[in-house]
Write a protein that binds this ligand. Sequence first.
Ligand code: HGY
Ligand code: MN
Ligand code: MN
Ligand code: MN
Length: 400
Amino acid sequence: MSTATELLSAIKDVGTDSTRGGYSRHGYDTAELELREWFTAEAGNRGLDVEVDRNGNIWAWWGEPGPDALVTGSHLDSVPGGGAFDGPLGVVSGLAAVDMLQAKGFKPGRPLALMVFAEEEGGRFGVPCLGSRLLTGAIAAEQALALTDPAGDTLADVLRAAGLDPERVGKDEEALGRIGRFVELHVEQGRGLVDLATPVGVATSILAHGRWRFRFSGEGNHAGATPMGSRRDPMLPASQLVLSARWAASSMDGARATVGRLEPIPGGTNVIASAVDVWLDARAPNDGRTRTVVERITAAAKQAARDEGCEVTVTEESYGDAVHFDSALREEVAEAIGQAPGLPTGAGHDAGILAAHVPTAMLFVRNPTGVSHAPAEHAESGDCEAGVVALSKVLEKLAG
Ligand code: HGY
Ligand code: MN
Ligand code: MN
Ligand code: MN
């Protein structure tokens, strides 16, 4: 019988990032594959039957796979330089909850599975929740297979190397049809539970969320020899985009807009870039506000590109509308675990993708730093255990 903290400790050296700090574990890279193998062995030790679906998601079944299953899970990949808890906490809590239930002699009255979703952060191929999007058909197989990672490998290449068949990737009605209800446990990514002085909460909603890539093209040239008046420098409209993101989201209730990734081409100190790629992450409480924020940012960036004699193209890389979790399931979860506050979240989750298809709920575990997607992300051992106890009560009630 293991605690969540002991299980996290067993993987603490996998995928550490000595340059950025924290962890860099991306879909199907060496670290993530090692963690998938580790999970498979841990599930096997508990007598669970492990299978990998057509889209690379792992399922570990307690008892026969079947319809109307109760499923819990999360992901093992991270953002570049991410924390130890975002994703793995949900996975190890599933294992620890199974330990707790097995120790008390619980036998599921319906199929029960733990899941690990592939490439939740989109850290390698750019599209978040790729495994759950493929499973549910939220992204078309052809579009996904053509995605490339920074090394230029397509998802199709990478899946093939991992032993999966690209021909079979795509909406999987049969696998999806087995999920009766889905519950994801996750570290909280803000200070909601800290402010409430409570270790565990229940999610109410997720912001609408999209990612856009802007390619600004100008004229590559010499930093010293090119007079200031003769430049077409794409870094200028790129910078305007960054500033406009702050301005547009700040003036829209509940909105967030971020530029966390920007790549000048070719990227030399003494080179005026010929092009700059800028990725915009924008979120808001509903579709209309999200779209408005992105339209305002885009208009400002296009004007700045015209002023500098540059071209701009915009590609929507992913989008998902706001999620409001099933209120009946939320009540059942709250009943199972006792009083637990409801909390909205600005972060995306596989549970949010599944929510369009099956009743879905989420448990959050307090994060004393309130920081996430960075090495400072944290959860105390005692709170992790409170999360496991809560999850085990939910599994017991919903799969009993
Ligand atoms: O919220 C995110 O950026 C990701 O989907 N976890
Ligand atoms: Mn994340
Ligand atoms: Mn996550
Ligand atoms: Mn020179």
